[in-house]
Design a protein around this ligand. Structure first.
Ligand code: PHE
Length: 488
């Protein structure tokens, strides 16, 4: 060798220590062995190994190691004896009544004991056990005991007998091993001398002047270094912000609202009749207490009862106590409608919100009792149905969904009404509803313009966005899964 390349590899002391134990032990060791032999901490070993790997000095392998271990039953048998032994010990006089034995030593010991010894020293007849050849039975027991005691050294056949008896079980573990590469093997002991290295210059070094002769650890900033796992936003938080950004960029104002609302705003103001199934206990979480009603409730009452000149109404007696009930909002339309009421004097409105809603639903891969909706309204002069479709299309387009479809639908508060579907894996998935608020909703507030409105599920969209099959995954703190999701 013309020059010693290892001098240029800038081996750290820990790296040298590890190479040395590898050389001493025939070039390969498991990680545990390296930790034990060097006395280094696991992180130090892993760190140094990743450097050594990068420098081409070691290779890392993973081996699956098959281990066997005692089951609970196996441990019990080792401690108190195998069932066949217990059985034999309890049939000392040569005959034993099976029922009595079961009472005394348990059904399991009797049944397993018989299975092991029947025909091999004992005989079963008329619900009785007879010992025919106690020596033979004892030998079987001895053999079985030996097998259990030495299970770690058995061949496959004996192992499978013990496994069938549920005395031992298989356990697979991953054995990680480091091995010197051809380059690594060429490193000589003279290159592995440990030098006192300084990794940090302190004020003491400067004051005492010891820095002059100190051996500083060299850094090579061009080298690869292990990638640190950094924290990142939860994927759902990221996705919510992405949605918010799109509406903000489209000139929408963001609005907020409380989770607990009155039935009036959640339903009545939206012309949902009081006998509508969505208002029942099995669909909605009601909360104790009552809310006050806004002044215009009298108009709402008339609209529900007789249409108040707009239509024929629902034709029933509207009950203000029903409207005063408190509940956990079942949709974020409660917020946009309240916002519309408060701003009914304005000419133009473009508002959106992303908020959590609550429904009494059973959890399954596509349903949660708590989820988010993306809600929005547009009110401006001459706003119309094509504008609604265009706005929604634009939103989905900016989010990356190029293929969406609208289907006619029905909501008590919009006309026309539509459903939005998006294509995913060749299937169409329903994402939410939209429409133009009916005059029965807007006219009692004094609004004459057409108000475009929508409310769309957020989690289902996020599932497609992240390619997740189970909606619940979005709410589990499974760090591995979260780490695996890309920062989009
Ligand atoms: N609120 C409806 C839902 O929860 C969606 C919707 C909002 C429909 C606005 C029309 C207009 O499904």
């Amino acid at each position: 060798m013309i020059f010693n390349i290892f001098k240029f590899m800038n081996l750290s002391n820990n790296e040298k220590i590890i190479i040395k134990v590898l050389k001493d032990s025939g070039n390969a060791l498991s990680i545990e062995d390296i930790i034990n032999l060097t006395g280094l901490k696991q992180v130090e070993v892993m760190n140094s190994l990743s450097w050594l790997k990068m420098k081409g000095i070691v290779k890392l392998h993973e081996k699956i190691k098959k281990n066997y271990m005692l089951t609970e039953e196996g441990e019990k048998a080792l401690k108190y004896g195998l069932p066949e032994k217990i059985l034999l010990e309890n049939v000392r006089d040569g005959v034993g009544d099976i029922e009595e034995l079961k009472e005394k030593i348990g059904k399991n010991n009797v049944n397993i004991g018989i299975a092991q010894l029947n025909g091999k020293g004992i005989k079963v007849e008329n619900n009785k056990i007879y010992i025919e050849d106690s020596e033979k039975a004892e030998n079987i027991i001895k053999k079985n005991e030996e097998m259990l005691k030495n299970f770690e050294r058995l061949d496959e056949g004996s192992l499978s007998i013990l496994m069938r008896r549920n005395l031992i079980k298989k356990k697979e573990s991953v054995l990680r091993e480091a091995e010197l590469t051809e380059i690594g093997k060429k490193i000589g002991y003279e290159d592995l001398k440990i030098a006192e290295e300084i990794t940090q210059l302190t004020s003491e070094h400067i004051q005492k002047g010891t820095w002059k002769n100190a051996n500083f650890k060299k850094y090579d900033v061009t080298l690869f270094s292990p990638f640190p796992l950094m924290g990142k936003e939860h994927p759902l938080t990221y996705f919510i912000n992405r949605v918010r950004q799109i509406f903000l960029s489209m000139g929408f104002e963001e609005i907020y609202g409380k989770y607990i609302v009155s039935a009036f705003w959640n339903m009545d103001a939206l012309y949902i009749p009081q006998h509508h199934p969505a208002r029942e206990m099995q669909d909605t979480f009601y909360i104790e207490g009552n809310a006050d009603l806004p002044d215009y409730y009298r108009t709402v009452k008339m609209v529900h009862e007789n249409g108040n000149g707009i239509s024929r109404g629902w034709k029933y007696d509207w009950d203000e106590n029903e409207a005063k009930k408190l509940l956990l909002r079942t949709h974020t339309t409660v917020n946009t409608i309240k916002y519309l009421y408060k701003n009914s004097d304005k000419q133009n409105l473009k508002a959106f919100m992303v908020g959590r809603v609550f429904r009494r639903e059973n959890m399954d891969p596509t349903h949660l009792p708590e989820f988010h909706q993306i809600e929005g309204i547009v009110m401006e002069k001459d706003s119309d149905f094509p504008m609604l479709l265009g706005t929604l299309e634009r939103f989905y387009y900016l989010l990356g969904f190029k293929k969406i479809k609208f289907k006619p639908s029905y909501f008590p508060y919009t006309e026309p009404s539509l459903e939005i579907h998006v294509e995913y894996n060749g299937k169409w998935i329903e994402l939410g509803g939209a429409g133009i608020f009916r005059p029965e909703v807007t006219e009692p507030m004094g609004i004459r313009e057409r108000v475009l409105a929508w409310g769309m599920g957020l989690e289902r969209l996020a599932m497609i966005y992240y390619n997740i099959n189970n909606i619940r995954d979005l709410y589990l703190t499974d760090i591995e899964m979260l780490k695996s999701l890309p920062i989009p």
